[in-house]
Design a protein around this ligand. Structure first.
Ligand code: ATP
Length: 217
């Protein structure tokens, strides 16, 4: 069995230190060496406020400079549309037939999972690792509770010895930030104290890129 391949999908508009810290803590917790930050093709239900894929990719590359354990995983952007996580995971599985595949998502994404295309089939391709996030929305669907009952584990070792099929709830610390909040703090309407908070949650390298390209203003 090869070492696990671990990817963290998201819009990353912009990537923030909540993403970075949470996924690195999770990587420590489950003892994986590297995490790929995997920008999504923007799904139709999510707007990007005019920030292009090109900029999101550039920001993800800068975000990865925070740790040598992070790398940009751009596979989803290279696949034909329509873009679905199930297709992306299928492509990753083809690239890594003998490695456990771990797909990291936040708790809000987990709670929305039943709206994802063919979500139940994800467990045939990968493990799901859920990052804690301070949300109780949307309420957990009964199918999701049943899915977690069927697939849940707290045995880290199994993430290394089984290729797919498990749901693991990480015990990572809460990171009280979202890209939505940051877009507001970066916007022209933000007050000085709000703008100052950006420094706490965006790496210098990402922030420099945002300012240089006048994003979110
Ligand atoms: P937005 O506010 O635009 O919805 P976001 O901050 O949720 O963005 P995404 O790029 O959509 O960021 O998130 C990518 C993944 O990271 C999702 O699975 C999301 O649940 C998770 N995530 C985002 N922010 C955090 C956080 N602060 N702590 C833990 N997980 C997070």
């Amino acid at each position: 069995m090869n070492s696990p391949v671990c990817v963290f999908g998201g819009t990353f508009n912009p990537p923030h230190l909540g993403h970075v810290r949470a996924c690195l803590q999770a990587a420590d917790e489950i003892d994986v060496a590297q995490v790929g930050l995997m920008p999504a093709k923007v799904p139709p239900h999510k707007q990007t406020d005019g920030v292009s894929e090109h900029h999101r990719v550039a920001m993800v590359k800068h975000a990865c400079e925070a740790s040598e354990r992070l790398y940009p995983q751009l596979i989803e952007l290279e696949l034909p549309e329509p873009s679905y996580s199930i297709k992306t995971l299928q492509a990753l599985r083809e690239q890594h037939p003998h490695a456990p595949l771990i797909f990291i998502i936040g708790e809000d994404s987990w709670r929305n999972l039943t709206s994802w295309h063919q979500w139940q089939q994800l467990s045939q391709l990968c493990h799901l690792l859920i990052l804690r996030r301070a949300t109780t929305e949307p309420p957990l669907a009964s199918e999701l509770v049943a899915f977690a009952d069927a697939h849940g584990t707290d045995d880290v070792q199994r993430l290394h010895t089984e290729l797919s099929g498990l749901v693991y709830f990480a015990q990572t610390g809460l990171q009280p930030i979202s890209s939505t909040q940051l877009r507001k703090w970066l916007g022209a309407e933000a007050s000085a104290p709000e703008s100052a908070q950006v420094d706490d949650w965006v790496s210098q390298s990402v922030l420099h890129y945002i300012k240089e390209n006048r994003l979110y203003v």
